[in-house]
Design a protein around this ligand. Structure first.
Ligand SMILES: [Zn+2]
Ligand SMILES: [Zn+2]
Length: 378
């Protein structure tokens, strides 16, 4: 029988690295902790490396290089390129190329981490089979960046030097052989595995779990829980709708440490030209999604109505008239906002808040109406 696994396409380097680091972290780290105990210094080193390499992926690889959501001065670029290499997720150039393809072909066959091929495929399965060299036609802009190309050439060496050897040496200096082993296992290998899987969650869980307030036609979802594990990348439905915005958690209260770091760096003059989608455009996307959901509800109400065509019950008629009225009011608001967006007119915060509240109310009332009318049709 022919094997279903395409062995001819296996990327052995990535496959062996992912497997060895995973089992080293899974077995080696608990054994170390049992034998030598929890050392606060080792925990601090692990936390520093997790933060530095995690943010280098979200702020650097993702929002800066893949999406060009802001401009950065050399120190920010260099820092994120070096610590990004320590995450062992390929060079920024390769990563960005894959990621731009993901956005362009999301949920389709050409999406490298297409969720419709299954959770495990989107999470990490695709890495076992990815082909080299990539065409890299979609990163012509990054190819002109000397620092990006330097990192592309040396990312494995940089990752090993700064991501594995350095924490091992720091551990050695602080606590001899035991410290070196701890630095290697905790801030080195285990941190690589943790940061990698948190990144992988964006491709798997963020396309599976959560809400879709901006666009339900894509599998990408908004999830506060995922934002916690991914430095704010969990608001993935927003991100797929407006990929060039430097914010993923666009609302003020949303957990997005990457956004806060970019904003802070801009105040320090280290980054600039932060790209923000205007509030009007964001609300228009939300209202477009409300309209999609409303159309589904209206179709159900319409079907219930068709089954009771001869019904002249005044309660029924009253309910249908109310639905009609709400739909017309929503359509009016939507048209006004659409016109404002197309003409680039700013809308007052008060009006935006009112339209948003009315859109939410519209959906709620439709759902209640649907429940009220549907049993009668059965
Ligand atoms: Zn995605
Ligand atoms: Zn993205």
């Amino acid at each position: 029988m022919k094997s279903r696994i395409p062995f001819d396409r296996v990327n052995w380097t990535s496959s062996i690295f992912l497997t060895v680091t995973f089992f080293t972290a899974l077995i080696g780290t608990p054994l170390y902790l049992i034998k030598f105990g929890v050392d606060p210094f080792q925990i601090a080193l692990f936390a520093f490396y997790s933060l530095a390499t995690g943010l280098s992926i979200t702020l650097g690889y993702h929002r800066l290089f893949a999406h060009r959501a802001f401009k950065a001065k050399a120190p920010v670029k260099l820092g994120t390129l070096i610590f990004g290499a320590c995450a062992f997720e390929d060079s920024a150039l390769d990563w960005s190329s894959d990621h731009r393809t993901h956005h362009k072909h999301v949920d389709q066959d050409d999406d490298p981490y297409d969720i419709s091929k299954g959770f495990f495929w989107a999470h990490m399965g695709w890495i076992f089979f990815k082909l080299y060299p990539r065409p890299l036609a979609n990163v012509a802009d990054l190819k002109k960046d000397g620092l990006v190309m330097w990192q592309h050439r040396w990312h494995r060496q940089l990752g090993f030097l700064f991501g594995i050897l350095t924490p091992t040496m720091i551990g050695l200096m602080v606590n001899g052989g035991v410290g070196a082993l701890g630095g290697f296992l905790l801030a080195g290998v285990t941190r690589v595995v943790v940061v990698q899987h948190c990144t992988f969650f964006i491709n798997s869980l963020c396309h599976t779990m959560g809400r879709r307030p901006y666009d339900s036609r894509t599998s990408a979802r908004d999830s506060f829980l995922m934002a916690i594990f991914t430095f704010g990348e969990g608001y993935h439905n927003y991100h797929h709708t407006f990929q060039h915005d430097y914010r993923n958690g666009v609302k003020k209260w949303q957990w997005d440490p990457t956004k806060w770091t970019i904003w802070t760096l801009s105040k320090l003059g280290l980054v600039s030209d932060l790209r923000r989608v205007p509030d009007e455009k964001i609300l228009l996307a939300e209202m477009r999604e409300t309209r999609r959901q409303a159309e589904l509800r209206l179709a159900e109400i319409e079907a219930a109505k068709a089954q009771r065509a001869d019904d002249t019950c005044p309660t029924w008629q009253g309910a249908l008239d109310a639905v009609q009225e709400m739909t017309e009011k929503f359509a009016k608001n939507y048209a006004e906002l659409e016109e404002a967006v197309s003409e680039g007119v700013r809308v007052s915060k008060k009006n935006l808040a009112r339209w948003k509240a009315e859109a939410a109310e519209y959906l709620e009332q439709l759902a209640a109406m649907d429940q009220q009318l549907a049993p009668a049709a059965a």
